[in-house]
Design a protein around this ligand. Structure first.
Ligand code: ATP
Length: 355
């Protein structure tokens, strides 16, 4: 097992005209569980395939600890990779499919049996070990494919590319916690690719957010939620995502729709900025509350566990997440307050300060 270090690694599929992955320097620490989170087409699979050796990067070097593996093919890297679409021997039993990666590496028979039973029990496959994998439903086939990736105890890393897409949603929760258990047990470096924030946040020690071919922020789930460094992270994580409202800094004060929202950090030059604040942290009150930004309620979604109060401040939409039973109706005049410790300022999408 090893740290996996990307040194200036980037990839272009069209001879350098566009970069599916912009050159980046980044280290995956040994034995951590990572989620690689981003929308479709942002470069997640490209990044994973560079780590496993399926793709040689256009620029940069890949190191496993001090060993330069940039030109080393997949077979020489000791990586277990699970693809979104199950890769199984359809005519083999589930047991033989799970045992295959171990037998292939001449692991003693008893140890093969122990690992296969351990993994199949954790993933709920122990009742179907004797079945041919072709006879399983697509969800189960995907779980067997996941099991094949997890069965080897000695690997540099386990790479999982959207491994649960066709699994029943209720079962997904269970499997994610089983995955955590397996990870604790084996201490593998695990990289789990997903475009689903719930999957990422419930699974990982560290979430690496990718957008448009670059890592925009990495951190523990709470850090990404409470302290987004990039507007994209604010939008992509959270439900609904962070409110972003155009504002103006003048005389050291930040103004939105004619209302002061607070003092800007020292040293921030005057001019336009964007304010980011999550719906959970916007405070809402009647017009008598001050100081605040005047706004009008447009809609209230009663979600059961909470309410979403949709407002418009001038022409800017702001959603407020409140306790269930919020006493607001469409067309009510309200004031919004953005608490300084939870409100950030962005320029060119990147955080440049706070209130
Ligand atoms: P998804 O979740 O949809 O799989 P992703 O985040 O994994 O997306 P990639 O598959 O890495 O993203 O793709 C990144 C970019 O590279 C996309 O614009 C994609 O169209 C492009 N791309 C990926 N593979 C190839 C290829 N073999 N040839 C040309 N372009 C490619």
């Amino acid at each position: 097992m090893a740290d996996i270090r990307l040194d200036g690694v980037g990839h272009s599929y069209d001879g350098g005209k566009t970069w599916a992955l912009k050159p980046m320097t980044w280290t995956w620490r040994d034995a951590r569980a990572y989620a690689l989170l981003g929308p479709s087409g942002c470069g997640k699979t490209t990044l994973l395939n560079i780590i496993s050796g399926l793709i040689t990067p256009t620029v940069g070097r890949v190191y496993f600890d001090e060993r330069d593996v940039t030109g080393v093919p997949t077979a020489g890297r000791d990586i277990a990779q699970v693809f979104q679409f199950p890769v199984l021997y359809e005519e083999m039993s589930v047991y033989d499919n799970l045992a295959f990666p171990l037998r292939n590496r001449k692991v003693p028979k008893q140890e093969v049996d122990r690992r296969v039973r351990q993994v199949s029990q954790l993933l709920g496959l122990d009742q179907v070990l004797g079945r041919r994998s072709r006879r399983l439903d697509p969800g189960r086939q995907q779980i067997v494919s996941l099991g094949r990736g997890l069965v080897r105890a000695q690997v540099a890393a386990v790479l999982l590319d959207e491994p649960l897409t066709v699994v029943d949603p209720a079962l997904k929760w269970t499997l994610r916690s089983k995955l955590k258990e397996i990870h604790r047990d084996t201490g593998h470096t695990l990289i789990y690719v997903t475009h689903d924030q719930t999957e990422a946040l419930t699974f990982a020690d560290e979430v690496v957010v990718v957008n448009d071919g670059e890592i925009v922020q990495a951190g523990e789930p709470a850090e990404l939620f409470l302290s987004p460094a990039h507007e994209f992270v604010g939008h992509f994580i959270g439900s609904p995502g962070m409110n972003v409202v155009p504002a103006e800094i003048a005389g050291g004060v930040v103004r939105v729709n004619g209302g002061d929202v607070g003092a800007a950090d020292d040293g921030l030059p005057p001019g336009p900025v964007r304010i980011g604040v999550r719906p959970e942290f916007v405070e809402i009150g009647g017009p008598e509350t001050s100081p605040g930004v005047p706004a009008r309620v447009t809609e209230v979604d009663r979600m059961g566990a909470y309410d979403l109060v949709h407002t418009v401040a001038g022409e800017h939409r702001v959603i407020v997440k409140t306790e269930a039973g919020a006493p607001y109706r469409p067309d009510d005049g309200v004031h919004l307050h953005f608490p300084a410790e939870r409100t950030f300022l962005f320029r060119d999408q990147v955080r440049c300060g706070s209130l």
